[in-house]
Design a protein around this ligand. Structure first.
Ligand code: PMP
Length: 418
């Protein structure tokens, strides 16, 4: 762009930005929460359960059943392509299950390990980036160091992971969101999963935290099937390597759903052995409610189609506004996710923090720049995670118009400074 064109662009975007500020907007695209319309889809849960006995006649109001209600484990085993004996249905948060697993590993060690991880001087986890900020803050809170690898469209860079884990025994695990990853939207291919399941690791109790939070959250009719990590790992001779997590947080109620852990039967016994010291059983009333609400695994899939109808237009709107406003300039790239809850926006390197700050000043809350990287440190200061599910459609439009203005203004300011 010539100096004159650039000066004109800055002037134009400054005027657009002043208009934006004058509008006194108050919009929030920070977190991937379901909208009220989505929560309404599950209101029938509040009238359930009918009766209080499970299929075997056990009173769900009472203590017991640490692994969760059998019918619900069966339903989600089908949805997660595992066996019912490999599934635990727990409380409302899969993140809590992940944290519990890490704490058991640190305090007691893995089923296939010979000592507690906490006895090692250093423990590291591989984190594909960009990734889920709460994974990173959880590891940081436990003193587990993070080593990053790039996330590609078919999952983490498997060769980079394989080279790292072969060379360093302090690398005890890795995180992966295999389906519609937060925030990159990528889908881990069967080939990448097979490589991770079979790779040689210096730590023989290496764990893959397979966080399948968006396994069923398709945005198109083409439904990605998650790679079958438990079978792949068992076939490769590492049955205890993966621990899978999922939940109904973005299927029913984010604050009152059911979370699942799936792993080898030996790992399930290991997990329940530790869990049982602190719990006599989960909320089986909620489990029964969910079983009755869905009726079957197909009932869950049908329910997810209703979510898709509500949120797919919001994702389409993000793409429309960004394409219209930014398409003519070489200032940003973004993905068109086929599922999940996020759009991953990459702006001109060195301007992401400025974009977020400009947006904030204009009343639009965005996830802090860098939050999809360990320690909040995006080395390129380029990545911004957009979460369009929660606001109503017209607010998504307004917010994206505003984001586009901020992206352009920050890019033009930087170009002028160069
Ligand atoms: N994992 C990922 C990748 C997520 O994006 C989220 C929610 N944002 C969670 C886990 C949280 O899951 P839960 O509600 O089951 O704790």
């Amino acid at each position: 762009m010539s100096r004159t064109d650039l000066a004109a662009l800055i002037k134009e975007q400054q005027a657009a930005y002043a208009d934006l500020q004058a509008r006194g907007l108050k919009l929030d695209l920070t977190r991937g929460k379901p909208s009220s319309a989505q929560l309404d889809l599950s209101d029938e849960l509040l009238n359930l359960p009918r009766g209080f006995k499970d299929g075997s006649g056990t009173d769900v109001r009472n203590y017991g059943g640490l692994a969760g209600l059998t019918e619900l484990r069966e339903m989600f085993a089908e949805l997660l392509w595992v066996e019912p004996e490999q599934v635990v249905a727990g409380g409302n948060s899969s993140l809590t299950m992940m944290r519990d697993c890490l704490i058991y590993l640190l305090l007691f060690g893995a089923r296939d390990g010979d000592r507690a991880w906490g006895k090692e001087d250093t423990i590291k986890f591989i984190c594909p980036v960009p990734g889920y900020d709460r994974h990173f803050t959880l590891l940081e809170s436990l003193g587990i160091e993070m080593v990053t690898v790039p996330m590609h469209d078919d999952g983490p860079d498997a060769e980079a992971v394989a080279a790292l884990v072969k060379a360093d025994r302090s690398i005890k695990g890795m995180w992966i969101v295999p389906t519609y990853a937060n925030p990159a939207g990528s889908i881990c291919s069967q080939e990448v999963a097979a490589r991770l399941a079979s790779m040689e690791t210096a730590a023989h109790d290496f764990k893959i935290f397979w966080d399948n939070a968006y396994a069923l959250h398709h945005l198109t009719e083409e439904e990605a099937k998650s790679a079958d990590i438990l079978t792949l790992a068992a076939a490769a001779g590492h049955p205890d390597r993966p621990i899978m997590f999922a939940s109904t947080s973005k299927i029913t109620f984010a604050g009152a759903g059911v979370a699942f852990l799936a792993a080898s039967e030996a790992n399930v016994a290991w997990y329940l052995g530790h869990l049982g010291k602190g719990s006599i059983g989960p909320d089986k009333v909620n489990h029964l409610r969910h079983v009755q609400f869905f009726g079957s695994a197909q009932g869950v899939r049908d329910h997810m189609a209703k979510h898709r109808e509500i949120i797919a237009p919001k994702f389409a709107e993000v793409d429309r506004v960004l394409s219209e406003r930014l398409g003519g300039y070489d200032v940003a790239t973004w993905n068109k996710p086929q599922g999940g809850y996020f759009v991953n926006l990459d702006v001109v390197p060195g301007t992401a923090s400025r974009v977020v700050a400009l947006a904030k000043e204009a009343g639009i809350a965005l996830t802090p720049a860098g939050s999809s990287f360990p320690y909040g440190d995006d080395p390129d200061d380029a990545n911004i995670r957009l979460a369009p599910t929660m606001p109503p459609l017209e607010e998504v439009t307004a917010a994206m118009e505003a984001v586009a203005t901020c992206v352009l203004l920050a890019a033009a300011e930087q170009a002028q400074g160069d």
